[in-house]
Every structure is written in structure tokens, then in C-alpha cells.
Design a protein around this ligand. Structure first.
Ligand SMILES: CC(C)(COP(=O)(O)OP(=O)(O)OC[C@H]1O[C@@H](n2cnc3c(N)ncnc32)[C@H](O)[C@@H]1OP(=O)(O)O)[C@@H](O)C(=O)NCCC(=O)NCCS
Length: 129
């Protein structure tokens, strides 16, 4: 589903290195999502090209229960900066639906190299005014 994630999501060393950098970066706001006391995913906010972006990822076992939507609603209450931005692969329908439910609107498209897809793909750009 993800267009712009890791080249190889099974590379544990690269994953750990990436997350050590993310957690040490004060410009990033990263929160674990807890469901009944268990970590089931994360939300993140980061600055790309001078725009504050958001992203999210949920453990597949917990998809379809409204977890990402609820987590984003709570996260957005905590983030005071507006506008906020997000980018989705053109075919990531669940992700686009979450953004719509949280009030984001489509503001454009871009052709970007999707690491996780190994080719250039269309990216839909979103903004929360
Ligand atoms: C995208 C992702 C975060 C969704 O998490 P989730 O907790 O299952 O999401 P929610 O249950 O809160 O909401 C999903 C919405 O998408 C809809 N949806 C799911 N699959 C869909 C599909 N194939 N087509 C259309 N809508 C779809 C659901 O019906 C729901 O909308 P609704 O409440 O109006 O019915 C999760 O699948 C994930 O982690 N994917 C991999 C990481 C990823 O893609 N991150 C975003 C990168 S931009």
C-alpha cells in the first residue's frame, strides 16, 4: 500500500537505523498507537520541503477497526500547526479515506519515485487547512 516506504521492509538493520534517526530528530513528532495496552502502530509528523507532513502505519492484524482514523483525530488535536500536508500513493484507498475523514482535501498530484514500489508512481497531495 505504501508508495514511499523502505526499499526492503524486511531489512531489520535498516529499519532499526532509520528509527534510531527518527527518534533522535527533534523536528519529528512520533507517537505509538496503543490499543488495549498494546502497540499497534504509529503516527508521525515531519517537515518535508518546508511543509509539515503527517503519516501513519497500523499493524495489519488491526486494520479495518478505525484505529488509524481515531489515532489521527487525536494526533491532529495535539498538532497546532496548520496547514498540514500528506502524500499518498494514488492507489492507497484506505489511506486516502483516513485523510478525507480527518478533513484533508486533495490539492494536487506529483510523479515521485516510490521506494516501496521500485518505480515512479503518482502521488496524491493532501492538505488540512
Ligand atoms: C492505511 C492504514 C493506516 C489504514 O489503517 P486502519 O486502521 O485500517 O484505517 P481505518 O479503519 O481507521 O479506516 C480505513 C478506511 O478506509 C476504508 N478502506 C479500507 N480499504 C479500502 C479500500 N480498498 N477501498 C476503499 N476504502 C477502503 C475503510 O472502509 C475505512 O473507511 P470507513 O471508515 O469510511 O469505512 C493501514 O492499512 C496501514 O497501516 N497500511 C500500510 C501503511 C500505509 O499505507 N500508511 C499510509 C501511507 S500514506
Amino acid at each position: 500500500m505504501v508508495g514511499f516506504g523502505a526499499k526492503d521492509p524486511n531489512d531489520e538493520k535498516a529499519f532499526t537505523e532509520k528509527w534510531m534517526k527518527i527518534l533522535a530528530n527533534p523536528d519529528l513528532d512520533t507517537r505509538a498507537i496503543l490499543l488495549e495496552g498494546m502497540i499497534v502502530g504509529h503516527v508521525v509528523s515531519f517537515v518535508k520541503e518546508e511543509k509539515r507532513q503527517v503519516g501513519y502505519l497500523i499493524d495489519r492484524e488491526h486494520w479495518g477497526k478505525g484505529v488509524a482514523t481515531r489515532a489521527m483525530e487525536l494526533f491532529l488535536k495535539d498538532l497546532s500547526e496548520r496547514p498540514l500536508y500528506a502524500g499518498t500513493a494514488w492507489d492507497n484507498l484506505a489511506s486516502m479515506r483516513i485523510l478525507e475523514k480527518c478533513g484533508f482535501v486533495r490539492v494536487g498530484t506529483a510523479r515521485s519515485y516510490g521506494n516501496a514500489r521500485g518505480c515512479e508512481i503518482e502521488e496524491i497531495l493532501w492538505m488540512l487547512p
